[in-house]
Design a protein around this ligand. Structure first.
Ligand code: UDX
Length: 445
């Protein structure tokens, strides 16, 4: 009989994973402890903006006309334990408040709730990003508290927001940390379709599987901070970091991706993952190995401060008091409504705290931005945001902003100065429309 799958935690990762498992042909039961989420998902709607996810979900959620009916949601741990052969744990592991370390309370709560109910044979598969060593500890917890024949595997997830559906259905690799052949066989069965489609299947032990995830995110963060460090040097030397990135990216050993200089990385993963990794390395006595990540983090945070200083210079060099600053972008990256650790909102917030009158517009991130920074000004279009502005800051590179008409915007502002924090606008187009265009790590003219 085909494996029955449960997905515990239906946030970004879990909702996408549940829908993808149903798409692969499995019967799936998703669990969340937030009743509103269950209600939304059961109606085929997703609580965040993610291209293609709602369509995928609606294709499978039971009760929706024309759906396969393979996907259901519940808040009952008993139902989940009774239903599943394979339980994917997809809960959040945020940064602890005021600390670098990772907050494991949601993972621990999920395992504690599930374990005593597991009376029949099952494989529990951790997908959350966790400090290395967690899987071994959680395997002990299962061995002590689960009455049935229950095993653990660790299967990190590499999906990117904005591409979550495609990344889940066609992963560029599947990594499984296992302690038995039986666990490996079960996961080979779960992932048979993507593997047949060409996704490499990498089998490791627990610590390696956990580390693959943090190592990958640390590498990506390092690559971005590297190019941002080059942007700092380019600015000092009047070089052009965009050309430099293009040129070094032609070297296949370096590669062209993740070399976009600007106000740096944010979001719910890269910043907290490198910090949690440093904290964990410290606990293991290997902190020296990761001191470079401290620098990666500080280059990244410096970018935000640098954008604030460029804005200050643009409004006359003194105080922001009485100055109107338009901010285009609130999400941490385009095609997402996620504002967690968003560089754009951080810059907006700093200028607001220094007395600037900030007006923010983002195509999808407004509701989340308002929730996080209620005291900032908001407008419902780019044109409305720039009205009367002394300077315009482009901080999240949405396609909508690249397609703006600089002449139309120019007629609405007080000063035609645009600071491109993502090196994504066309300098020629903006300058031809009479704007002073300034970017990070590029010559002034
Ligand atoms: C990241 C990883 O890419 C993904 O594999 C992992 O599973 C989760 O973390 P995500 O947070 O969705 O995914 O965003 P990503 O596309 O990696 O971008 C992260 C941040 O880096 C964004 O703020 C983005 O604007 C910034 N970035 C990215 C740059 O500043 N320059 C670049 O060249 C690339």
């Amino acid at each position: 009989m085909a494996l029955r799958i449960t997905v515990i935690g239906t946030g970004y990762l879990g909702a996408t994973h549940a829908a993808a498992m149903a798409e692969l042909g499995f019967e799936v039961l998703g669990l969340d402890v937030v009743p509103e989420k269950i209600a939304m998902l059961s109606a085929g709607r997703v609580p965040m903006y993610e291209p293609g996810l709602e369509e995928l979900l609606s294709r499978h959620v039971a009760g929706i006309e024309g759906s396969t009916g393979r996907l259901r949601f519940t808040d009952s741990w008993e139902q989940v334990a009774e239903f599943g052969d394979v339980h994917f744990v997809c809960v959040n592991t945020p940064q602890k408040h005021g600390e670098y370390a990772c907050d494991m309370s949601y993972v621990d709560a999920a395992f504690s709730a599930l374990a005593p109910l597991l009376t029949r044979p099952a494989l529990v598969v951790g997908k959350s990003t966790v400090p290395v060593g967690s899987a071994a500890r959680l395997a002990r917890l299962l061995a002590e508290r689960a009455p049935g024949d229950v095993e653990l595997a660790w299967n990190p997830e590499f999906l990117r927001e904005g591409f979550a559906v495609d990344d889940t259905l066609h992963p560029d690799r599947i990594v499984v940390g296992v302690e038995s052949e039986r666990a490996e066989r079960t996961l080979r069965e779960v992932y048979a379709t993507p593997v047949a489609g060409g996704s490499p299947f990498v089998v490791t032990d627990f610590p390696t599987a956990e580390l693959v995830k943090t190592a990958a995110n640390s590498f990506l963060a390092t690559k971005i901070s590297f190019i941002n460090a080059m942007a700092e040097v380019c600015e000092a030397a009047d070089g052009d970091v965009v050309k430099l990135a293009e040129a070094i990216g032609h070297d296949e050993r370096i590669g062209a991706k993740f070399l976009r200089a600007g106000i740096g990385f944010g979001g719910g993963c890269l910043p907290k993952d490198i910090r949690a990794f440093m904290a964990r390395a410290g606990e293991l006595g290997a902190d020296q190995a990761l001191t470079f990540l401290r620098e990666v983090d500080s280059i990244n945070m410096r970018r935000r401060g640098h954008m604030v200083e460029l804005a200050r210079e643009a409004v006359g060099g003194g105080s922001f008091l009485g100055k109107r600053v338009a901010v285009l972008g609130a999400a941490f990256k385009p095609d997402s409504d996620d504002v967690r650790d968003s560089p754009a909102l951080n810059v907006a917030g700093q200028i607001h705290l220094q007395g600037g009158q900030v007006t923010v517009y983002d195509p999808k991130g407004m509701a989340n931005a308002r929730g996080l920074f209620p005291t900032l000004g908001y407008a419902d279009s780019a044109l409305a945001a720039v009205r009367g502005a002394d300077v315009v800051l482009h901080l999240t590179e949405w396609r909508e902003f690249r397609e703006l008409d600089p002449a139309e915007l120019g007629a609405a502002v007080t000063n035609r100065i645009v600071l491109d924090g993502r090196n994504a606008l066309d300098p020629v187009k903006w300058r031809e429309a009479g704007w002073v265009y300034r970017a990070m790590g590029r010559p002034r003219s």
